[in-house]
Design a protein around this ligand. Structure first.
Ligand SMILES: Cc1ncc(C[n+]2csc(CCOP(=O)(O)OP(=O)(O)O)c2C)c(N)n1
Length: 708
């Protein structure tokens, strides 16, 4: 493979005689030479197979354009003119190597052998498609074909490739399984996203065999490259991440295939990532409705001459691998195949919504028995039966994590400073010496890619726990959590077996960015589970349950409770059921529904005011929420105060109050009231923070409720 090792950008300069792929400014002064094909040791049969592979998506798209004009199909992102990249890349990989394609990569799906009939059903939003009608065009994946479905945000897919490659690397280390690469696509527009930077950096730092493939087609929607980036060539960025890269002619099928085959071997041999910039051109609009007015017309004429299908066909004719007759007969057989497949594809039943199955597919079902006993401590006065020890909250979390690491050999921990340093709160102290650095991984400061890599690990059957150093920093991993992890099972049936630990909360004078309660952001996201223990026993059991659960679980742990709260913790490996509240204290005058530090404020208040009979319910899980326990709690007192540390407006208290009003109105003797933090950022000064937190208003709120 001649291109490898060549300084970034050189190859393209040689091919085109220019230093900069300047699509935007005109007039372009490019002399486009004939495409130079080199068959190397490919047999005639293989060359013909490649021909069919590149012709097929072209002919499908030509047919789609007709159907689109007839109003028979919906929105379409065309890959016409770029097929050599999707097809060449897919042909160069093994069938069980994961690809993360984007919206223009029909050639990936067809080259992996997905039947057009079913693809067509997918595009039409039919239930018989790959996403039960829930996803559009190419925004779906399929495990059988090792294709990971994109989310619209483009860049996040790159991180998933990191996780998949990490899984292969780890499996090779432990079981000697064959090494594999993963390959992620991005447009040149997508390279401006932070996710691109993070994914390349993490792959480089962790020595992951990932092929990052930029399809530089000149425009990101209407934005030309000159308004997208300032470097001469995008492949120059490879050096900045400490990896190799090469720029290639993305319209030359054999060059794409040969380069990616060689790069694949390089990645496997050296266990390193590689960046490829494939130069191409988008011959149609971003999507059909958006047109191409912003593209100077001479560029179409120029690139028409470089058409990947036509040039390859001419090459095969010149080489006598094909004859005009064989070209006609291949075209005719593909045409017939497309017609036959479309006839099946059009034959679908109308979608009849079934709400139960819509809701049911939000979460992946638990498939493997963990062997953990589920301890039921939901009733008041529970005492552990077997051996138990008095433990602080922090030690209980540590023990839950430690036992999970012992239980699951495929559990990987990731986070900033969690290895030798033991994490900001020392929860993973000593883990490296016991489990090694492969499973206890320090990460660079890049929350988004680490969450995405966690998803990649689950594609390959690994479990992972990511530690946010502080819950506040989840904002920079937010997109991956709420759009990728949370939605993936509903969209195309893939689970995200990930736990994200969230050291949360105020009360320690840490200011606006180390103290926030942000659980409500996630409660509003279907597909996540959210647990928030308030006692050491629940902390251990809920963490074990979260890790055993195949779904994405946000595990909130309050920093102020780490060392201030102790309790009896069973010594065994046990779970506390996710989705079940705990009745903390029996009372019949007012009921406080709360979680986290609110439980302790409520208990303290009740202890200080024996004259009031206070009932306390600890929610423990915020999603899915235990409405039955809430209903029972309302019935016990008829007067409910919802207490939480999160700020008032949009906090979970509003949701609970609304639900009670709707479902338990007849049991109420007073309106449901809320006691929450002030609607301000968390202030630094201890006095201001005390005033911010709801504990300072708890007495007033309770009196108000009592006197209603
Ligand atoms: C985060 C995000 N911002 C904006 C968009 C809207 N959008 C969709 S595709 C696209 C252009 C992408 O350009 P590029 O990455 O070069 O890929 P191409 O469409 O050219 O294949 C834009 C702006 C989006 N999907 N996601």
């Amino acid at each position: 493979m001649p291109s490898l090792g060549m300084p970034a950008g050189r190859l393209f300069m040689e091919l085109y005689g220019i230093a900069h792929h300047d699509f935007g400014s005109s007039p372009l002064n490019i002399e486009i030479r004939n495409m130079a094909f080199d068959r190397k040791d490919l047999s005639d049969q293989e060359l013909i197979h490649f021909y069919r592979s590149i012709l097929y998506p072209r002919m499908i798209e030509e047919k789609m354009l007709i159907l689109l004009r007839q109003g028979r199909i919906s929105k379409w992102f065309s890959g016409i003119g770029q097929e050599a990249i999707a097809v060449g890349a897919t042909l160069a990989l093994q069938e069980d190597e994961w690809i993360m394609p984007l919206h223009r990569n029909l050639g990936v799906f067809t080259s992996r052998g997905m039947p057009l009939s079913k693809l067509f059903m997918q595009w039409q939003g039919a239930r018989e498609g790959y996403s039960k009608g829930r996803e559009r065009s190419f925004h779906f994946g399929n495990r059988d074909y090792h294709i990971c479905g994109m989310i619209s945000h483009l860049g996040p897919q790159l991180a998933i490739a990191d996780g998949v490659s990490l899984a292969h690397k780890l499996r090779h280390q432990t079981s000697g399984d064959a090494l594999k690469v993963s390959l992620a696509f991005t447009g040149e527009g997508g390279t401006s996203e932070g996710d691109f930077h993070e994914a390349l950096n993490l792959a480089a730092v962790w020595d992951l065999p990932v092929i990052f493939l930029i399809e530089n087609n000149g425009y990101g929607l209407s934005t030309p490259t000159t308004e997208q980036y300032r470097c001469i060539s995008l492949v120059d960025k490879a050096r900045g991440y400490g990896m190799e890269g090469v720029q290639i002619d993305g319209n030359n099928l054999l060059q794409v295939y040969d380069t990616i085959k060689g790069v694949r071997e390089y990645c496997l041999r050296h266990q390193k990532p590689y960046l490829i910039e494939a130069m191409t051109f988008r011959m149609r609009g971003h999507e059909e409705a958006s047109g191409t007015k912003y593209v100077p017309s001479h560029l179409f004429e120029l690139w028409e001459k470089k058409d990947p299908v036509k040039n390859y066909e001419e090459y095969l004719l010149q080489q006598n691998v094909l004859t005009p007759d064989s070209v006609s007969s291949i075209r005719e057989s593909l045409r017939q195949q497309i017609e036959d497949e479309l006839a099946i594809g059009f034959d679908t039943k109308p979608v009849v919504p079934d709400t139960a199955s819509e809701l049911n597919d939000i979460y992946a079902p638990s498939t493997t028995a963990s062997g953990a006993r589920v301890l039921d401590n939901a009733a008041t006065g529970y005492q552990p039966e077997g051996p138990a020890r008095e433990m602080r909250m922090i030690d209980a979390i540590k023990e839950g994590l430690l036992m999970s690491m012992q239980k699951h050999e495929n559990l990987v921990l990731m986070g900033q400073d969690i290895a030798e340093y033991g994490g900001a709160f020392k929860i993973t102290e000593g883990f490296v010496s016991q489990f090694g650095k492969s499973r206890v991984r320090n990460t660079p400061i890049c929350e988004s890619v680490v969450v995405g890599a966690a998803l990649g690990l689950s594609l390959e059957g690994y479990k992972s726990m990511m530690e946010m150093q502080f819950a506040d920093f989840v904002t920079v991993g937010f997109n991956q959590i709420v759009n990728n992890l949370a939605k993936i099972h509903y969209r195309w049936g893939q689970n995200a077996d990930v736990v994200i630990r969230m050291p949360t909360g105020a009360g320690v004078g840490a200011g606006p960015f180390h103290s926030q309660s942000n659980e409500a952001w996630f409660v509003h996201t279907p597909g996540l589970k959210i647990v928030y223990p308030s006692t050491p026993m629940d902390a251990k059991g809920l963490l074990i349950a979260a890790i055993n659960d195949p779904n994405p679980v946000m595990y909130f742990e309050h920093k102020a409770l780490y060392r201030s709260v102790s309790g009896q913790v069973p010594s065994e490996y046990y779970e506390i059921e996710i989705g079940r509240a705990r009745h903390v204290r029996e009372g019949d005058e007012i009921g406080i529904i709360t979680y986290g530090s609110g439980v302790h404020w409520a208990e303290d208040f009740a202890a200080e005011h024996p004259e009031i009979s206070i009932d306390i319910l600890d929610l423990r899980t915020l999603l899915p929420i235990d409405y039955e326990s809430i209903r029972t709690a309302v019935k016990r007192t008829g007067r409910i105060l919802v207490l939480h540390e999160d700020t008032l407006t949009g906090g979970i208290g509003g949701e609970i109050a609304a639900w009670i009003a709707e479902h338990c109105f007849e049991f109420l003797d007073a309106p449901v009231m809320r006691c929450a933090s002030l609607d301000t950022p968390v202030p630094f000064s201890l006095e201001l923070e005390k005033n911010f937190l709801p504990k300072s208003r708890l007495k007033n709120n309770i009196e108000k409720l009592m006197n209603y």
